[in-house]
Write a new protein. Structure first.
Length: 553
């Protein structure tokens, strides 16, 4: 059991504003802070945090309590788990009268493994050479505690020799369990980057392969301590500079952060192999900094910058976007001694809102009236996420990029009618949802190609072929990626849509074959029986039938 005096000491050492602020965007309201309640949906803030009383209360749903109660509710934890989670977040050592702490054990294990990784780097010349070739100095290697992990059996030997229980190592994300119950190391033959919470507690690792492994970078799995959607690499080192300079640079990788810091840009942080999400916003809000998105200028970088800029703009953040030209990334530019060029790019960043408007506009062929109409709809949809004052300020910018009259952006212009003309039928929306899902989850494309042929998409055939050929700059695909009215699907929803599509396709084929006078009676009977007695029943049972061309059946 956790000692009661230790619990009281923890309570007195943490600030509820800081605890809640890790999960909710708080805004100062007199002596207190206000926000939209995280426990029930609301548009008008009724959730209040009192720093003087160290409690929170929602006047809408009645939720309330102290830091521990908040952690229990927001993370769905038991009372002891919430205490241990808070202790881990704030590097507080709990005392126990009986038993031991899950979080403390995980943290001690991670700290021991991290020290071992650092020692391994000193013994591995190829790992050090990789870092030096990338321009990383010895002082940066030491400051960011970069390490190295060798073969899997070395990891297992280290854990066993230090008497770390395998289940605890699995909980900490160091090892995983195979199908046969055997344990294996998650990180092998990789340069390692320790990942810390915003308060400086180690929670996991990232690893960069030095072998031919297809996954160049991997992170620790989701654990009780590690949630990559709420973490920013390097934030614990950058936060003092962020607060002091009112600036925060978001980049794409560990080495970008390290090289930014090495060149004097100590406000740099990075997402952990994922896009910037709404869960990151409370952390970005701290200190009210200006946010600079510093991404590679390739297709993936532009798409990530667009989504992040839209989210930040809607959240009321100030900031800009820098896209590094000619396939370069900031780490490489700094390594080549071009820190001044990087500084110039950061100073001249494109403000968030104009960047979004320009990117949406340029994703369409504006010489085509129908595409221009769709571009207008996309820009107007984006503007509608902004405050009325910001909308009014940026209507002239939008009108200029689209070569339209500003009056079209007035409240009288019905966006729904524009959408309706661009995608009029429910069937069209269904098909576009399939496209958008494949666009954002390309790993599903091969599965879909097993049951679908481009000929099934009719007027959308060319768009589907552009999608499977990864023509990411295709105007309609870019427009689709930023169209919030077209939803992506999960695996089950995609399967249902494919079943619907296949059912419609084969039903139409059945009717066409029945009317086809060029087919012999024997072929016609065979085709119709194949569809009616084999394909349609299997689809009705929920089976995705592999595509068959009736020219080859």
């Amino acid at each position: 059991m956790i000692d009661n005096a230790s619990i009281e000491s923890l309570k007195s050492s943490i600030d509820i504003v800081d605890v809640v602020g890790n999960y909710v965007e708080l805004k100062k309201a007199g002596a207190n802070y206000k926000a939209n309640c995280p426990f029930h949906g609301e548009k008008t803030p009724s959730f209040v945090v009192s720093p003087s009383k160290q409690i929170y209360h929602c006047f809408g749903c009645g939720a309330g309590g102290d830091s521990i109660k908040f952690m229990m509710e927001i993370e769905k934890l038991s009372y002891p788990e919430a205490i241990e989670k808070l202790a881990s977040m704030y590097n507080f050592s709990l005392l126990y009268t009986k038993g031991s702490s899950d979080y403390s054990e995980s943290r001690r294990l991670l700290e021991s493994v991290q020290k071992w990784y650092v020692k391994n780097l000193d013994l591995n010349d190829s790992a050090k050479k990789y870092l030096h070739d990338r321009g990383v100095s010895n002082s940066s290697i030491e400051a960011f505690e970069i390490g190295y992990v060798g073969k899997g059996q070395e990891v297992m030997h280290f854990l066993n020799s230090n008497l770390f229980p395998m289940p605890k190592a699995e909980e900490a994300g160091i090892i995983a369990q195979g199908e046969r119950g055997e344990f294996y190391a998650r990180l092998v033959e990789r340069v390692t980057f320790p990942i810390y919470s915003s308060n400086g507690s180690i929670v996991g690792f990232g690893g960069r392969t030095l072998s031919n492994h297809p996954a160049k970078y991997i992170n620790s799995p989701q654990t009780k301590l590690f949630n990559k959607s709420r973490l920013l690499y390097g934030y614990h080192r950058a936060k003092e500079r962020i607060y002091a300079n009112k600036k925060l640079i978001v980049c794409e990788g560990y080495l970008d952060v390290i090289m930014f810091h090495q060149a004097g840009f100590g406000e740099a942080v990075a997402t952990l192999g994922t896009a910037l999400t709404a869960e990151h916003l409370p952390l970005l809000r701290k200190g009210n900094p200006r946010i600079i998105l510093a991404y590679d200028g390739d297709k993936a970088g532009v798409a990530a910058a667009l989504k992040a800029a839209q989210m930040l703009s809607a959240g009321g953040f100030d900031g800009g976007v820098v896209l590094f030209p000619d396939g370069q990334d900031p780490a490489d530019m700094i390594a080549r001694g071009r820190s001044e060029d990087v500084a110039k790019l950061l100073r001249e960043s494109n403000p968030l809102i104009p960047f979004v408007i320009e990117t949406i506009s340029r994703s369409y062929d504006l010489s085509d009236p129908r595409a221009k109409e769709a571009a207008f709809a996309g820009v107007k949809q984006f503007l509608s996420t902004l405050s009325p004052i910001m909308q009014d300020a940026y209507i002239p910018t939008a009108a200029t990029f689209l070569s339209l009259s500003p009056t079209l952006f007035s409240k009288g212009a019905e966006l729904s009618k524009v959408r309706e003309r661009f995608s009029q039928k429910k069937e069209d929306v269904e098909l576009l949802s399939i496209f958008k899902t494949l666009l954002e989850k390309p790993s599903l494309v091969d599965d879909v190609l097993n049951v679908i042929d481009s000929s099934m998409f009719g007027e959308y055939r060319q768009l589907f072929e552009a999608l499977i050929q990864e023509e990411r700059e295709h105007p309609q695909l870019v427009g689709l990626s930023i169209d919030d009215t077209i939803q992506t699907m999960n695996g089950e929803e995609l399967k249902k849509s494919l079943l619907w599509m296949l059912g419609s396709y084969y039903t139409q084929q059945y009717q066409m074959i029945a009317k086809d006078t060029s087919l012999s009676y024997q072929k016609k009977s065979f085709y119709m029986r194949k569809i009616k007695m084999d394909i349609i029943p299997r689809l009705k049972r929920g089976e995705l039938v592999a595509y068959e061309s009736f020219s080859t059946i």
